[in-house]
Design a protein around this ligand. Structure first.
Ligand code: PLP
Length: 444
């Protein structure tokens, strides 16, 4: 390998160098085509090379790209905040713009703590979260994340937040079936709050659908209603980490909408800039803003590039593109079409254990034995093997952890741009099947 100065994810591997992207396809410098079935890291929600976004970027950069938020506000940032307020349910009206999902969840954590301080409850400072979750890589966000692989090196520095089990129906932590389920996993939150003492807890954070840590773990129908009720009973805020699920990934602006709940704080990222600019947001309800507005009048957070006009203009253009092309409308039917085609692969590929998710956010969990749900031994490296095979065949899928311990299982996420066509979905599944054929050969 030639000398490189760029720190890449795996230092002993070579990565193709991208040349350009158009729609759901990426092309490397050798001209090889890749179907982007994961939107990168579930980010390129409207596909690559969209002219309208390029135009908006150009237009904004000709005016002003950067101002510091304590000196100026900007039209794109003001308009974006207004559009988010109008597009989200309930009183989720206030946006704090940051640059990444990790910053959005970390800000949410701080806003929740500040809310209780301003209301006169300074001891309410713990954030409860779930195992098999991922909320970001910075220390606050990682403290909330139940992702052993990403935590392990830094555990001494982390606040010990994850407390409760995930709603992982395929491997129910309470050995229930859909028929016998009484939402024991939600009930566990109630028990945890009683044990810890709600007087020390500021909020509970959860991903509506667990992404990287669990391969699209989707809760049973009444789970979030119950969780929200439990939070309200104990006077604890509910933060929805919609960094992966927001902006139409599951067919609605927020995935929370599917379960009829309105969180107190929402974290957005990824699809917000759709990969065209780094931008994320912590969206705060009127309820949470009220004591801050009448108290210190300042959210104690901020980054140099928070709310910069360039990124805000991009996110605004992305929202307009989603709207003008009515892209949320077809997510459900496209997702069902994709899921049904993948279901057909189950017959020939017994290592497909579970297919789950919602809209265009699907997860596949792989098992050695479908009957017992026994995962593959680590030495097979099933996830990374499949991701590599797929990439070699021109298909990009996203690796995820799986298993109740967050390390023992194998999963991938399939989340193509929302713009994907029926023909492209069929091509995706053909490439996925070719990848499975090769995986099957390698596993015998
Ligand atoms: N929250 C969720 C649900 C995520 O999936 C991620 C990233 O994968 C993050 C937070 C962190 O976002 P970022 O990588 O932009 O910091």
């Amino acid at each position: 390998m030639e000398r490189t100065y760029l720190i890449k994810p795996a230092l002993d591997e070579e990565y193709p160098i991208v040349s350009y992207g158009k729609g759901v396809y990426l092309y490397d410098l050798d001209g090889k085509q890749y179907l982007d079935a994961s939107s990168g890291a579930v980010t390129a929600n409207i596909g690559h090379g969209v002219e309208e976004i390029i135009e908006a970027m150009k237009e904004q950069s000709e005016k002003i790209s950067f101002v510091y938020r304590s000196q100026f506000s900007s039209e794109p940032a003001e308009k974006l905040a207004e559009k988010i307020a109008l597009s989200t349910p309930g009183d989720l009206n206030w946006s704090f713009f940051v640059n990444s999902g990790s910053e959005a969840t970390e800000t949410a954590m701080k806003v929740a703590i500040q809310y209780w301080q301003e209301k006169g409850f300074p001891l309410k400072s713990k954030i409860l979260s779930r195992w098999v979750s991922y909320h970001g890589i910075t220390l606050g966000a990682l403290s909330m994340s139940g992702h052993p692989g990403r935590r392990s090196r830094f555990v001494p520095l982390l606040a010990d937040f994850p407390n409760v089990s995930p709603p992982y129906c395929y491997r129910c932590p309470f050995n229930q079936t859909p028929e016998s389920c009484k939402y024991e996993c939600a009930q566990e939150l109630d028990t945890a709050l009683s044990r810890i003492g709600p007087e020390s807890v500021a909020a509970f954070i959860a991903e509506p659908i667990v992404g990287a840590a669990g391969g699209c773990i989707t809760p049973p129908k009444g789970y979030y209603k119950k969780v929200k009720e439990i939070c309200e009973t104990h006077n604890v805020l509910f933060i929805a980490d919609e960094v992966m699920t927001g902006f139409g990934r599951t067919g609605t602006m927020l995935a929370s909408e599917h379960w009829g709940i309105i969180p107190d704080i929402v974290c957005l990222g990824k699809g917000m800039g759709a990969g065209y600019a780094p931008i994320a947001a912590t969206v705060v309800s009127e309820k949470v803003m009220e004591p801050i507005m009448s108290g210190s009048k300042q959210i104690m957070s901020g980054h140099t590039l928070s709310a910069n006009p360039q990124s805000a203009a991009v996110a605004l253009a992305v929202m307009e593109y989603l709207e003008n092309n009515n892209l949320f409308a077809d997510v459900d039917s496209k997702g069902i079409y994709l899921k049904n085609l993948i279901e057909k692969l189950r017959v020939q590929y017994p290592f497909i254990g579970d297919i789950r998710g919602k809209g265009l956010l699907l997860g596949l969990e792989f098992v050695e034995d479908r009957e017992t749900k026994q995962s593959f031994s680590k030495e097979f490296n099933v996830t990374s093997r499949l991701v590599k095979i797929a990439q070699s065949l021109g298909l990009l899928v996203y690796p995820a952890s799986a298993g109740l311990d967050g390390t023992s299982g194998d999963a991938i996420i399939i989340a193509p741009p929302l713009t994907i066509t029926k023909r492209e979905i069929e091509e995706l599944v053909r490439l996925l099947e070719s990848s499975m054929v090769q995986l099957k050969q390698e596993l015998v």
